[in-house]
Ligand binder design. Sequence first.
Ligand code: PMT
Length: 402
Amino acid sequence: MLKNKHIALYISGSIAAYKAASLTRLLVKAGAIVRVIMTTAATNFITPLTMQTLSKHFVYPQQITTADAPVAHIALADWTDIAIIAPATANIIAKMANGIADDFATTALLATTAAKFVVPAMNEHMWNNPATQHNLTTLRTNGVTIIEPTVGFLAEGYAGKGHMREPSDIVNYVASATMPALLANKKVLISAGGTKEPIDPVRYITNRSSGKMGYALAQVAQQMGAQVTLVSASTLPTPPGVTIHKVTTAQQMQTAMNDNFKQNDIVIMAAAVADYRVLHVATQKIKKTTDNDQLNLKLVKNPDILATLSQQKTHQYLVGFAAESQNLLANAQKKLINKHVDMLVANDISAKDAGFNSDNNRVTVLRPHQASQVLLLASKQQIAKEILTIISNEIKNKKPCD
Ligand code: PMT
């Protein structure tokens, strides 16, 4: 979501400066172009070489420099789309609040008109000090976003408020703030991952779904302002701000989807659900025998969750996915009609560079009585953004009787 955004990352002198390395890595992974500015105090905690290697650009030092432009602090200020100050010490917060510009970082910050995100990290008493709180109020009034610290274990050896937010939370926060709120006031229910059907206490039947596509949809829907519930058969970490229900089997997934269906506006089945489960699950581990080279497992059909949800549909916009290894469009078209969904997103799982467990996807979006729409190869986050943008337009244009 931060693709091609120009992000200036200002690092000031806190022990949390080490987290700026993963923050940079995540920003670059999200497609942003990152420039790093470090105060001298910051270089006591993490080296400029680390930050230069991760951002693929030299690091601006504390002193005013002419390294890449005659007036480098103004050139950087004008180049910036988003400024993130992480970690932000009480000192740099005080300077920003009072317009003090006595080094490269604070001069560029004073000059930039870009959106600013301050991510404080400090001792709890410094955080609670009225001077710091007054400075933070000034910054908020000036339109600066403060990504507040959490209560956590501080370097001083005790727990308190002042713990810098995790890099993944910061990226998500910045991405949300810069994402159009297309799904504000909407409730979105998404399933993700491959269900697991037990054979015995040791073994199970599953498929190649990682959950990445469903999780990307959940993350982007949350960033677009939706209240998101994720029913997950995956082990991926829960995206920030998303309510999660962990399940294992198709039957558990059906129960969780049914329980949440009524109160949601958009329901997306991105999970790869096992079509069959083992009829008699062994209570003890099945032993290998010497007299029989074959083992037969009797399978019984699982419920079709999507088809049953479509029967309960009232106001919901219902979306299915289809994983096809041949005749992609013909098979997906059949599913669109047979499962009575508003949209079917077809994946060609024979492609090596997309689909199951890949970070990227390439899909075709089918809707009743409309031309199909191809979404070209892109990150699953980008594909999720495009799918959710189409859904938000469909909902906007939907007449109450549709
Ligand atoms: O998880 P990733 O590694 O990121 O991979 C993403 C994905 C390829 C798994 C995903 O994008 C995808 O295609 N999910 C649907 C896979 C699938 O099960 O397709 P299907 O053609 O078997 O099912 C069609 C639809 O019916 C799906 O929405 C499925 O969730 C649903 N279904 C299927 C069987 C069943 N018993 N109940 C269902 O609700």
